[in-house]
Design a protein around this ligand. Structure first.
Ligand SMILES: [Cu+2]
Length: 537
């Protein structure tokens, strides 16, 4: 978690630098200086890579997967603790390799986080095929870093599944497993199924760069669009790898603060499995302008719009849990509800984009940037903060400062919208993303775009600064916070029976489960929703 948060600072700093340049083109950037066009490309590329692979994955799947899976199913530890440790060291190494890539000749990879050839093979400034060109180092190191990171997540994933299957406490039947564990495991399975083609694609990329093969070179019978297929076969499901753990966390938090059992526990599991299956047949909606067959585009449009059905079901279940409940607004509950509100904006705009007719117009504009930040930012950060504020008393034994928690939430919520809501308008106005300086286009009226870019940039700076409140609260509360109760939220899952922080082995005596966390005969909101199932032998 701490490595992931450090990488979030790096990714956030890159965003600050290129956002500043977009609003005040050509001006010297405080704390950085002049940004060249090449550096702009490096920064947008690595901001994307870092936020998805080195922040989203470790925070949600990595940190909370490791903490929650064993303790929520009543196990003493993961099935393979050493594999787990190895997974962390691979992850740390991958982060270091990516950081090193900024300092090699030619600098870090700059062809966009999707790594499309030919930009990732021949480079963006020097079209010569010479593999000793500067681009060689940046591209290769980036691919190696991603490969190491995937290895880390795969090692962790094997461990999660084996632990969940084999190490559950007596009485923890499959349909008593908390939703958070189910969803982290399903996310792991989606990752495992989708990552293969990308690994193959990345190896071919590495061969094209280093050995001079021509998998993606049309002049030699290759096809650059092949890489797009291999990338997005992984890339779309990856969104759900980040989204599902957060929805699982919401499935723990919302019932507790509604004092009601989760609405539709089993349907929620089925819906997530349907979305997992559909997630691997929607990928080409990223390629509507790549010249794919229009009949194929129609298929992918229909599949994409179809996948909104299981996700609508999941969100409706979470909202139905609120219905008639004794809703208690707390800091974690604020993050959970904020996540639902923001993600729905991302989901709805995704419906527009799923239609290939609209997508052809909006492709590669700021509409896309706004859309995917409305899906990924709530999934990664709101989900993480919901989980962090909820389980902090458990994993540290200390209480967080509530007032600072609310201030952090509201500033993040307001400034996130400040950054990205205006970008929908820039996108609909046709502003293209990934352009260093719009003043180059003297024939385009850039004034309206620039005004919104300025609003977005000032909001982004405030958004990043707001996170200081979180870091302060984290460090000070951990060091000198008030001692937390064992079960401060009166929740009824197994981790709350353990001491705070849990001792080595989690429980003093092995727990036995008599009732699932969501199995209550009284469906009405009631203070009876208390941990009566949590009797340890
Ligand atoms: Cu997609």
């Amino acid at each position: 978690m701490i490595t992931g948060l450090f990488m979030a600072l790096v990714g956030g700093f890159l965003a600050y630098v290129f956002r500043y340049n977009l609003a005040f083109p050509g001006e010297s950037i405080p704390l950085f200086g002049q940004l060249s066009a090449g550096q702009y490309n490096q920064f947008i590329t690595n901001h994307g890579l870092i936020m998805v692979f080195w922040v989203g994955m470790p925070l949600l799947v990595g940190a909370f997967g490791n903490f929650l899976i064993p303790i929520m199913i009543g196990a003493d530890d993961m099935a393979f603790p050493k594999l787990n440790m190895l997974s962390y060291w691979f992850f740390l190494t991958s982060a270091i390799v990516l950081m090193i890539s900024f300092f090699v000749p030619g600098g870090a990879f700059a062809g966009g986080w999707t790594m499309y050839p030919p930009l990732s093979v021949n480079g963006y400034t020097d079209p010569s095929p010479s593999f000793l060109s500067a681009i060689f180092y940046g591209s290769s190191l980036m691919i190696i870093a991603v490969a190491l990171e995937f290895t880390a997540i795969l090692m962790g994933g094997i461990n999660y599944l084996v632990t969940t299957i084999n190490k559950r406490a007596p009485g923890m039947t499959p349909f008593r497993i908390p939703l958070a564990v189910w969803y982290i495991d399903i996310a792991t399975v989606i990752f495992m199924f989708s990552v293969g083609p990308l690994v193959a694609g990345a190896f071919m990329l590495l061969f094209d760069i280093t050995l001079g093969s021509g998998f993606y070179d049309p002049a030699r019978g290759g096809d650059p669009v092949l890489f797009q297929h291999l990338f997005w076969f992984f890339g779309h499901p990856e969104v759900y790898v980040l989204l599902l753990p957060t929805l699982g966390v919401l499935g723990e938090i919302i019932p507790v603060f509604s004092r009601k059992p989760l609405f539709g526990y089993k349907p929620l599991i089925v819906l997530s499995l349907i979305s997992a299956v559909l997630s691997v047949v929607v990928w080409a909606h990223h390629q509507f302008i790549a010249g794919i067959d229009p009949r194929m585009a129609t298929f992918f449009s229909v599949a994409t719009i179809l996948i909104s059905i299981p996700f609508s079901g999941i969100f409706l279940s979470l909202m139905a849990t609120l219905w008639g409940g004794k809703i208690k607004i707390t800091v974690p509950m604020s993050w959970a509800l904020g996540m639902i509100g923001l993600f729905l904006v991302g989901g709805f705009t995704g419906l527009f984009l799923g239609s290939n007719a609209f997508d052809i117009y909006a492709h590669d504009t700021y509409f896309i940037v706004a859309h995917f930040h409305y899906t990924l930012f709530p999934s990664v950060f709101f989900g993480f903060f919901a989980a962090f504020y909820y389980w902090f008393p458990k994993f540290t034994g200390k209480e967080l400062n509530k007032a600072l928690g609310y201030i952090h939430f509201w500033l993040t919520f307001i400034f996130f919208n400040g950054v990205f809501f205006v970008l929908f308008f820039n996108g609909l106005g046709g502003q293209h993303r990934r352009i260093y300086n719009y003043e180059m286009f003297s024939n385009v009226a850039i004034e309206p775009y620039i005004t919104f870019e300025k609003i977005a940039t000032i909001s982004a700076i405030c958004l990043i600064l707001s996170q200081v409140i979180f870091l302060w609260n984290f460090i000070v509360s951990w060091a000198a916070g008030r001692k937390a109760e064992k079960n401060p939220w009166q929740a009824n899952t197994l981790e709350w029976v353990a001491d705070s922080p849990p001792p080595h082995g989690n429980f003093h005596t092995a727990p036995k489960v008599y009732r699932g966390a969501y199995e209550y005969s009284v469906p009405k909101a009631s203070e009876d929703f208390l941990p009566q199932n949590l009797q340890a032998d």
